[in-house]
Design a protein around this ligand. Structure first.
Ligand SMILES: [Zn+2]
Length: 136
């Protein structure tokens, strides 16, 4: 979850120029690459590294405020995006972070910080072998 304190424009690769309202942005991703969850969270939290994903351009103008995560047998990032889409007060940023899937977005904006407990309820039951939803 990233916080943006003022209206901002960013250029995001092929997505083009986005006008972003202040508030909270919840981005969904997976971390099955080298270094796993720790490496991915450290990258996004620190903001270091060359821009690669759409979220890197947002990260450059915002500050991280929370990380919600779950250790899973297989990726459920698209289920998470769907759960965010059902959230009250959450608006998708169309096409963001989902150029290789069928979701409408992997980034959701809210004027005030979204609730962890409400998100956990919307996710529903854990799949066998999945860990608990946790936050940093
Ligand atoms: Zn997706």
């Amino acid at each position: 979850m990233l916080q943006l304190t003022r209206p901002t424009h960013i250029d995001v690769g092929r997505l083009g120029r986005l006008s972003l309202a202040p508030g909270f942005y919840v981005y969904v991703g997976s971390a099955f690459g080298a270094g796993g969850l720790r490496a991915r969270v450290e990258r996004h939290w620190s903001g270091r590294g060359r821009p690669h994903w759409h979220v890197d351009y947002l990260r450059a103008v915002s500050r991280p405020v929370a990380v919600w995560y779950q250790v899973q047998q297989s990726s459920r990032e698209h289920d998470w995006a769907a759960a965010l889409a059902r959230g009250r007060g959450l608006q998708p940023v169309p096409g963001f972070g989902c150029s290789d899937c069928r979701c409408g977005s992997h980034l959701y904006h809210a004027a005030s910080a979204p609730s962890f407990d409400a998100f956990r309820r919307r996710l529903g039951r854990r799949k066998p072998g999945d860990g608990a939803l946790q936050r940093l």
